[in-house]
Design a protein around this ligand. Structure first.
Ligand SMILES: [Zn+2]
Length: 306
């Protein structure tokens, strides 16, 4: 069985919880799926037109979380932490049955998703993985925010920085190699917000399911959650998790180097749209183990991609 072949999970995995923004109770089951089907969401509370594909071009809203919609305006939101866990673990194919419009927030991180997927284990197919390699630099700037993707040999690097005037969050920066590094601090990092923004969110009709059980709340120079932060770069690490999840909407394992300052869901989506709008920006290839030029690719790295 090759580590370069497409994977799914061995058994269905169930998650119950509330949606961060809707506050609704939701039940979600992630099921094994066959090669080349990718990740698919199915709204089982609806009888028809209920399939939603997490694709770059199906993102209908990316203001506070990532929402995808199909042509019938049926949507699923806050998919990014789940997508980040699937990407990080190299799960190529899965059917996600969900009975509401928002993925459960659980503890605000990807920790629960990752733990349960690892618990059931993976099934490897005999179909090779799909890779997209960035061949041109693409970037977007919006005021203080910027994001760019450039060529890389065989890795996906995410170099992220945030700059907050809040003294506790302040400036944080981290660079992660998604296929090589241990991602446990990325997976465990929770979504966060400023105390003064909680009321604003609620007024906008959002954050209804938010609590100290699923988000870090920062008030002045204090973390209100018992136990404080889980790791010292938790804020920027969570942004990297979001970025990973949003990048998986490309449908491929990306080989490229991301650099982002103060970005988020919307900027990542705009970057991917710009990449895919011009064919010279990328090349798609399927890895067939026998044809890998060994001078080009180190086998140990490929194992971690798969
Ligand atoms: Zn997030």
């Amino acid at each position: 069985m090759s580590a370069l072949n497409q994977k799914t999970i061995k058994m269905p995995v169930k998650f119950n919880g509330v949606g961060l923004h809707t506050g609704k109770e939701v039940s979600m089951t992630v099921l094994p799926s066959v090669p080349n089907t990718g990740i698919i969401f199915k709204r089982v509370d609806l009888k028809k037109n209920n399939i939603i594909v997490p694709s770059v071009f199906n993102v209908s809203n990316a203001t506070l979380c990532t929402t995808i919609s199909n042509e019938y305006s049926v949507s699923v939101s806050t998919i990014e932490h789940l997508m980040g866990s699937l990407y990080g673990l190299g799960i190529d194919n899965a059917l996600i049955e969900i009975n509401s419009q928002e993925v459960p927030i659980l503890d605000g991180s990807a920790k629960n998703f990752v733990e349960k997927f690892l618990e059931v284990g993976f099934e490897t197919s005999n179909v090779p993985i799909k890779i997209i390699k960035i061949t041109n630099d693409v970037s977007i700037e919006e005021g203080q925010k910027s994001i760019s993707i450039s060529k890389s040999n065989i890795n996906l690097e995410i170099d992220f920085e945030i700059k907050y005037s809040n003294s506790l969050i302040g400036n944080q920066k981290n660079k992660i190699n998604i296929y090589e590094n241990n991602l446990s601090e990325i997976y465990e990092s929770r979504t966060f917000c400023l105390y003064e923004d909680v009321e604003k969110l609620k007024k906008m009709g959002l954050g209804k399911g938010g609590s100290l059980n699923n988000a870090i709340v920062v008030k002045d120079s204090k973390v209100l959650n018992e136990g404080g932060v889980r790791n010292k770069l938790e804020f920027v690490n969570h942004k990297i998790l979001d970025c990973m999840g949003d990048l998986y909407l490309s449908g491929y394992k990306i080989i490229g180097s991301i650099k982002c300052s103060q970005g988020g869901h919307s900027l990542t989506n705009k970057l991917l749209r710009k990449v895919f709008n011009e064919k010279n920006n990328y090349s798609i290839f399927e890895i067939k183990e026998k044809t890998i030029p060994h001078t080009y690719i180190s086998k140990s790295i490929l194992k971690s991609i798969a």
